[in-house]
Every structure is written in C-alpha cells, then in structure tokens.
Design a protein around this ligand. Sequence first.
Ligand code: G1P
Length: 329
Amino acid sequence: MTSTRTRISKAVIPAAGLGTRFLPATKATPKEMLPVVDKPAIQYVVEEAVAAGLSDVLMVTGRNKRPLEDHFDRNHELEQALRRKGDDDRLERVQESSALANIHYVRQGDPKGLGHAVLCAAPHVGDQPFAVLLGDDLIDPRDPLLTRMTQIREERGGSVVALMEVEPASIHLYGCAAVAPAGDEDVVKVLDLVEKPDTADAPSNLAIIGRYLLDPAVFDVLARTEPGRGGEIQLTDALQTLAADRSLGGPVHGVVFRGRRYDTGDRGDYLRAIVRLACEREDLGPEFRAWLREFVREEMRADTAGTDGGGPGGSRPGLEPVMQGAAGL
Ligand code: G1P
C-alpha cells in the first residue's frame, strides 16, 4: 500500500466503449463526444478531474476515437476564423478544451472490459495511487465528490470508491457493495463487492458510481483477475480482492454520495441530464425553463382532455421523468 500522503495527480478515463445504446449516433462519433447541452460529455469529466487537482489525464481509447483527441487539441484554423470575426467568446470556449489538462492516450486493443481498460493504464500511472472516472456519470461541480474521496484516502489509505443509494430494482446495473459503518456519516468500510447482482442477491442498494481512487496494487490484482460478469475483466472483482485482503493494497472505503449526479449512460437518462443542466445554465436556463413549464402545462392539458394520442386512457408514462427533471422550475 502506498503512503496516504502520496498526492494523487493522475486520472484515468476509460473511453473505449462502443456506445451501442446510442446507435446510429455513435456509428462514426464516439459516445463520449455526444453533446450535453453544448459541451461533449467527456469534457465535463475532464473538468471535474482538473477541479480536483488531477491535471494529468490518461484516456484509454479504442478504434474510432480520433475525435476525442481532436477535441482536446488546438484547432488553429477555427481559432483564426473566430479571431478574424472578433468572436472572442467562442474563441475562448474553443481554446478552453485544449488548455484544460495534460491529456495522454493509450489504446485498449481488445475490448476485454473495464478492468482490462484500467490495466492498460499501468505503464502510465506507475506505482502511484490514481483516480478512475467513468464518462457515463457526470457529477455536478457544486458537489465536489472527488475532493471528499481524496480526503478520505489521505486519512485512511488504500482505495476509495464512490457509492450511491439506488432503487433496489436498479442495482443490477451497477457494482454493489456490502458495507460496515466507518465513523463518518458519509463513509463506509467496503466488506464485499459484487458486479451487477440480481436484486434478490444484492447485499445492499449501494451502487458503485463511476469514481474510484485506487491503490496501484490494483494493477497486480487486475492482471490475475479472471473474466467475470459478461465474460469481461471487471474492476469490481479486483476491488473485491483488495477489500477481502487488506494486506494487498490497504482497505477499501466508500464515500456515500448524496449530491447531484447525472447519468448519461442510456438515452432516457441522457435526455434528463440535458434538461436538468440546461435549466441550470445562466445563459440558457431562464428561457428554457419558461418553455419547459409551458410544455409541461400543454402535456397536462392534453392528458386531461384525453387527446394526447398516448394510447387507450390517454396516459403519458413518459412525461413523469421530464417533470422530475423540471423539479424546482
Ligand atoms: C461500470 C462498472 C460498475 C459501475 C458502473 C457505474 O459498469 O462495471 O461496477 O457500477 O460502471 O456507472 P457499466 O455501466 O460500464 O456497465
């Protein structure tokens, strides 16, 4: 186990997935580049890493991921065109992504799972603790989860994962943790981890969300972790090994996150994330919220009149999440 005082400076962002849930949009565009309002999803994740002091970012990419590299690189032609037009605002926004962080790339040749993607980062990370951020989870910058996780790692060493309570019916979508109290109200000791259990077998409703601070001992463990759920090498399984034998890389703790998390992993959640974030934007929010309020009113009127075309009974099951997204309008 590395010293608790070793400051974490490296973040690993796995970005080799095929994004099949978003086809055909992701046929020629990486899913990480899909816009959330007006920024690609991946930029939010890099900004979060940088805000937590992680300015060395390694992206684990695969085939067809060139647009990612281009996005975080300079685009001189575009910059010149904007400069000529005197469009300073856009110029600044274009330059922002290329000046954000020191970004490196490594390719995951075979899509053998998240654990394998993290293992591809070993030569770059070396013998230091590091962070892993998964691009499907966006954490609101007002709820600095990584900073809290860093504090816990500094106090307790080992590895730290982010956990969140989910509906029991959704636990099969996540890694799930069995935990014990660990003193602080938002901190637990991880006793056991299982990747995507059936609801009936899940040890809790605490789901791993995509933020991890890992002791480098995880690399040795990953190298000997057999394929698990879905025939893939699972990061959850390697963490389970670490949690079960703390002599390998220290304990595993969980920070139970109760802040704002936006899931962009499937189409419905992606749409809800955009609605929420658009509502909160200073530039777009006021007008968008006014439109959304009117939209919801119209939908409700149509529901009451039974003329919404939503099938027998005129119910609109799809409306409910939109309204959740609009909470606090
Ligand atoms: C991955 C992990 C899972 C974790 C989830 C968080 O699953 O394997 O343990 O709970 O990310 O988003 P994926 O969503 O990539 O299938």
